[in-house]
Design a protein around this ligand. Structure first.
Ligand code: PXP
Length: 240
């Protein structure tokens, strides 16, 4: 079955809305894991707008499944990752004024930098994933960089409204997942996935893990986090 990893950044966003100490993102870990999640994802941003250094340290301590640290490929983040030792680092582009990650990495521009950057993570036995758009040249560059994973950006698919646009974006993701797998990469996917649009993505068997945050935490407000995770996993099971 496709694995579900939960991005818990929004719990910290809610805490920061009051600059208070609740809700604590650390408390979400056992709830997600006991509900069946396969991993916990958090994004330590340069501006620390939600997850902060204390959260990350504690998330590392309490996560029993798999911790996926999303981060920009900066020197500061490299040092932190090498200290905290998440199982996986997902490298993402980061712009200060964006509301959320707005697109995949452009490896044609960043591959020289990443060629020197990635080995320092891997030598600490951290696996590395590159968040990229479903584009053949990006996948080939990811393979050349020697990473274990790519995460396919599903934002365009999630934003598509007209049926033919949804279909086109789905095809791009399916072909990208197939191609990446044929090159020996493991494939994750995420961004903008919800209880409805995830269903077609689950048909793409090459995708091993989905990283989902916003829709699950939105539902959690009404039904609780345990229920929200279990409801998503019920959908995963239907498509297993
Ligand atoms: N994957 C990556 C690389 C992301 O940056 C995000 C958003 O932080 C997600 C997945 C999860 O997206 P969403 O919150 O829309 O489910």
């Amino acid at each position: 079955m496709t694995k579900l990893c939960i991005n818990i950044d929004h719990v910290a966003t809610l805490r920061e809305a009051r600059a208070a100490n609740e809700p604590d993102p650390v408390h979400t870990v056992s709830v997600c894991e006991l509900a069946g999640a396969s991993g916990i994802v958090c994004h330590l941003r340069e501006d620390r707008r939600h997850i902060n250094d204390r959260d990350l340290r504690l998330l590392r301590e309490v996560t029993k499944t798999k911790l996926d640290l999303e981060m920009a490929a900066t020197e500061e983040m490299k040092t932190i990752a090498r200290e905290v030792l998440p199982e996986l680092v997902t490298l993402v582009p980061e712009r200060r004024l964006e509301l959320t990650t707005e697109g995949g990495l452009d490896l044609t521009r960043s591959h020289l930098h990443l060629r020197d950057y990635i080995p320092a993570l891997q030598e600490k036995e951290i696996e590395v994933s590159l968040f990229i758009d479903p584009v053949k040249t990006q996948i080939e560059l990811a393979r050349d960089l020697g990473v274990e994973y790519i995460e396919i950006h599903t934002g365009e698919y999630a934003n598509a409204i007209r049926e033919k646009d949804v279909e086109r974006e789905w095809q791009r993701i399916a072909e990208a997942a197939r191609y990446a797998t044929s090159l020996g990469l493991k494939v994750n996917a995420g961004h903008g996935l919800n209880y409805l649009n995830v269903q077609r993505i689950l048909e793409i068997k090459e995708i091993g893990e989905m990283s989902i945050g916003h829709s699950i935490l939105s539902r959690a407000i009404f039904v609780g986090l345990d229920r929200a995770v279990r409801d998503m996993l019920d959908i995963f099971r239907l498509h297993a």
